[in-house]
Design a protein around this ligand. Sequence first.
Ligand SMILES: *Cc1c(COP(=O)(O)O)cnc(C)c1O
Length: 492
Amino acid sequence: MPISLNEFVATVSGRAQSQNALPPVEAIAYAEASLPISLPNEGVGFENMKRHLLEDLAPAFNGPSLSANYYGFVTGGSTEASLFADWIVSGYDQNVQVHLPTTVAGSLENSALSLLQQLLSFDGFPGRIFTTGATASNILGLALGREFTVARAGRRRSPPLNTSVAQLGGVKACLQAGVRKIQVLTTMPHSSLSKAASVVGLGTSAIVSLPLSAEEPWRFDLEALEHKLRDADGVVSIIAISTGEVNTGRFATSREEMIKIRALADTHNAWIHVDGAFGLQARVLLPGALHDSIIDGVSAIDLADSVAGDAHKLLNVPYDCGFFFSRHLNLQQAVFQNAPTPVGDTSDIPSAHNLGVENSRRLRALPVYASLLAYGRTWHRNLMERQIALARSIAAFILASDSFELLPQDTDLARIYIIVLFRARSASLNAQLVPSLNASKVMYVSGTQWDGAPATRIAVSTWRVDVERDCARVIAELEKVCREHHESTSTL
Ligand SMILES: *Cc1c(COP(=O)(O)O)cnc(C)c1O
């Protein structure tokens, strides 16, 4: 018997009660050994396959969704509502590319986008679409920035020219517009920005990391930005803002700086793209001493021309679900226009077909819709507050500890969002810190580099967060690795 939707959600939730962040190594070895080498001529049948998936393979998966203590990268879990909806998505297998009057799917996706924009307070962004993730959204952002900046350069020619990259191609449009370089001005971008620059034909060398301030290397230096914008003849600019930076979770701009950057962009015909994969969610917060410094970093990012976000991260819906908002619907439709098909638009809701990369598309809007509807604005705000509270309690412990050092060296806990970056003071412990912390499988942290040395990162991204319980668990694990390290070095 296939299990019912309710049973499925209950099974997954039941497993979550006792779930470690990582599976035992034996489970992974067992699962790997169970993978077939060749395609069977006769299938094993649904029942056997089901047993195989649930009993051989599932125990070898890691736990971003089931464990409360999976702190690697910024992954997010899956709420029960979104999990339920995700099953429906597959069951009904809707293809949302054009808005067919014969299904509610298109209007439903539009409604989900509208609810999402209300949650995150984005007005005036009609070019909106669900994507596969923030990488895809960054590609959309740079593609629009490229179209916009080269078109503006063409219009400044005398006589004015229509230099659309979408129509003419990059080489011809740039030649006609007198553009010899499109630069992407940024600070500490996510790695996907260089992929986006490559895909849309700017090249990874287009990315210019502005000089970094030693104390706050994730921040935009407005003087350096202005200097680069004035740079030279034939250079046009896309400004790419990291909200926030992946190692530290810190934001590139304050509200005041964002207002200045908007004015600079207008003066210099630049495009502003914000990469807010996990930072955008901070826009649900209400003003108040605890969160003012976070709000300052995100409250004016809607001055951007385009924004990339991830629902599969802090909105806690299953992979894969990102989103993209732009102020420039017509420009977006020009860049992503599909050649005319027999099934044209039948509604005044713009078709996803002409707003992004894909033609056939999964109804990945439904888990977002379901979560927003099931839990509402307040629950999402409360979740964000709990995530921040846990990150700050862990940071407070690290700050007070003799064994660990909080990074960047900033004692103001009110500036911490959902990421705690730190290292062990002992170099030998630090070199082993990530594998040591992950060894017990109770929690999972990921490693990075900071200031030329290994650093450890705890990113709080799941809805299962319980501030007191999880803080105690993390502290216990941190103390344990210190104890073990002390014992191993003192017996030498
Ligand atoms: C995760 C992340 C990305 C990439 O998003 P995907 O959903 O993995 O494609 C881009 N930018 C930032 C800031 C991120 O955190």
